[in-house]
Ligand binder design. Structure first.
Ligand code: ATP
Ligand code: MG
Length: 211
């Protein structure tokens, strides 16, 4: 089983969106997926509750219960444990990070997100975990020209000293509409640009899960 944490100390950066998309994508590829939602807001759980069709398993949990959950998930035959973390409460986040094979750090292209990511990245490095930065909610460029804040973010991200995902997730309505009914962008509209870009990102992340 591979354990993945989705982390960002800024609220609203896209942790839950990425958690749910990753879980559904893996589920559709035949993985046995369990989402552990340790955010008291329980947004991943809310999304999955709204789902009317078969999908990944989910449970609410907390940092202190994660080790036991990880052990029981292995015994239950799950192949993916995906942990959606809260923006605050460092202790909770640390417990998720420590147990993870891969920690995904979600960052929006804003100064405050980047500032918060510096500490998150150093936690991932200090705990000797494999990390991956995903730039989310990037504005769409016009006529092939990248918006200046995305250019600035791509220049600054290497300072975090963690690998950066080669696919940028843009700000697109399709990421919001599907989640209202517990579906991924792919399930909502398989021909959408969102489905294509998220599919590309998740395929890349899968390559990072190899031991
Ligand atoms: N790429 C995107 N394009 C458009 N909207 C997005 C995108 N990513 C996230 N959102 C929207 O931004 C809001 C916050 O996203 P989400 O809940 O996934 O963030 P979060 O990091 O889990 O927040 P919290 O810190 O509160 O747990 C939601 O309304 C979501 O639909
Ligand atoms: Mg969330």
């Amino acid at each position: 089983m591979r354990t993945i944490s989705i982390m960002s100390r800024k609220g609203g950066s896209g942790k839950t969106t990425l958690t749910v998309h990753m879980a559904i994508n893996a589920y559709l590829r035949g993985e046995h997926v369990l989402i552990a939602d340790i955010d008291p807001q329980a947004s991943s759980a809310d999304v999955l509750k709204a789902r009317k069709i078969e999908g990944p398993g989910w449970t609410t949990s907390s940092g202190s219960k994660l080790f036991a959950l990880q052990t029981s998930s292995v015994r239950a035959g799950f192949s993916r444990l995906i942990i959606d973390t809260p923006p605050q409460n460092e202790d909770e986040i640390l417990q998720a990070v420590v147990l993870s094979d891969l920690v995904i750090l979600v960052v929006r292209p804003t100064f405050l997100d980047m500032a918060a990511a510096v500490r998150s990245a150093s936690i991932i490095r200090q705990l000797n975990r494999r990390g991956l930065i995903v730039l989310n909610q990037a504005p769409v460029g016009r006529e092939g020209i990248e918006p200046p804040q995305v250019v600035r973010a791509m220049e600054a991200l290497p300072l975090l000293n963690l690998p950066i995902a080669p696919v940028i997730i843009r700000s697109r309505a399709a990421y919001q509409t599907g989640l209202a009914t517990g579906r991924s962008a792919e399930e909502f509209d398989s021909k959408s640009t969102a489905a294509a870009e998220m599919g590309e990102l998740l395929a890349y992340i899968e390559t990072q899960l190899k031991p």
